[in-house]
Design a protein around this ligand. Structure first.
Ligand code: DGP
Length: 114
């Protein structure tokens, strides 16, 4: 397991700081966003620290993260649909530099995003 000692999501993964856990499985943890933008707003975080999507060489490893996100959305009961968001870098609006998938649902989403 790779870890960045200064990363807040690594600390949540290690249960060193609290979060509202939704699910965990092989290589990931899912918990509720502290600042929800939809009735359901879950963050799916891989256990291994990689800053963003550009740091993945292994397509299978990245694919497993997305499959886990889809499973969590299903368990959350988001039958009408949902949105997966992966903010990347400063212009992408990323504030926590540990790859995470936002799972947003429970309302109709708008397009284009802000
Ligand atoms: P992003 O902007 O894509 O990097 O999203 C980071 C998200 O992480 C943002 O929606 C707020 C959430 N967040 C930041 N710190 C914490 C925390 O300590 N606990 C939880 N549950 N969520 C956090």
């Amino acid at each position: 397991m790779t870890r960045d000692p200064s990363c807040i999501f690594c600390k949540i993964v290690a249960r060193e700081i609290p979060a509202q856990l939704v699910d965990s499985g092989d290589g990931y943890v899912a918990f509720r966003d502290i600042n929800p933008q939809a009735p359901s707003h879950i963050l799916l975080v891989p256990v291994n620290h990689k800053s963003d999507v550009t740091q993945y060489d292994d397509a299978q490893e990245l694919g497993e993260v997305f499959k886990a996100a889809a499973r969590v959305a299903e368990k959350e009961g988001l039958k009408g649909g949902f949105r997966l968001v992966v903010n990347t870098g400063d212009d992408g609006g990323q504030t926590v530099h540990h790859l995470h998938i936002h799972i947003l649902g429970g309302r109709s989403m708008n397009w284009p995003p802000g």
